[in-house]
Unconditional design. Structure first.
Length: 233
């Protein structure tokens, strides 16, 4: 396990009360193992609860300022992307958060499990908030924005570019999903073909499109998929 001072460097914040940081990194499996010799040990579950609320608030405010021309539906979709387990786990991985966790023996091999990492990241945000609320009320928001900068940029990119590019960026930002396009029908004479394409997310069809070329049909299928996810009208 790495020294927690290294984690402070990673997030750009130094704790006044290091015990808060340790609690944020303490999984319930570890508490269960040490409760006989350390009955005061606490897991990060309560911090996770608080961190979820703080994260929602800070991300909502950032999106509100970032996308002045977006309607509520767009902002909601972006927020869902930013707070989902896959996104938070990816952010946690970028700072090697799993290496700082206090885990029970049964969880040692699961330090990179997405659900564990995302919960710990939310607990970390709450720990920063509690540690700084009397001295710097903006500290937690600053840490969130710093660590999630690339994810915010992904959302910004989703507002531009062609439909296939935007759909690909959405999928890449969501985890291990696989996006493919498949020509399911060709009609018309050779000099005036019409292609019909479906967009698949894993095994699910998320869009249909027609066009005079495969590229045009794929773009239209991606457009329908983006509309399905609420990212365009």
């Amino acid at each position: 396990m790495k020294d927690l001072k290294e984690l402070e460097k990673q997030i750009g914040y130094q704790f006044h009360n290091p015990a808060l940081l340790k609690k944020a990194m303490t999984h319930s499996s570890y508490v269960n193992e040490v409760k006989d010799r350390d009955p005061l040990a606490e897991s990060n579950e309560r911090l996770e609860f608080l961190g979820d609320a703080i994260l929602q608030q800070e991300i909502s405010a950032e999106l509100y300022d970032m996308f002045m021309d977006c309607k509520e539906g767009y902002l909601t979709q972006f927020r869902q992307h930013l707070v989902c387990e896959g996104t938070l786990a990816r952010v946690a991985t970028s700072i090697h958060l799993g290496d700082f966790l206090y885990l029970g023996r049964g969880e040692k091999n699961g330090k990179d499990r997405p659900s564990l990492l995302s919960d710990a990241l939310e607990a970390l945000f709450a720990a920063v908030y509690l540690d700084s609320r009397d001295s710097d009320s903006t500290a937690a928001g600053s840490v969130i924005r710093r660590l999630m900068q690339k994810e915010f940029e992904t959302c910004r990119n989703l507002r531009g570019g062609d439909y296939k590019t935007r759909m690909l960026q959405l999928v890449q930002g969501g985890g291990e999903d696989i996006l493919t396009y498949e020509v399911v029908r060709e009609t018309g004479p050779a000099h005036d073909r019409v292609f019909e394409v479906v967009a698949r997310l894993n095994s699910n069809i998320v869009g249909h499109g027609k066009g005079k070329s495969k590229r045009e049909a794929e773009q239209n299928a991606a457009k329908e998929a983006l509309a399905l996810f609420g990212l365009i009208e």
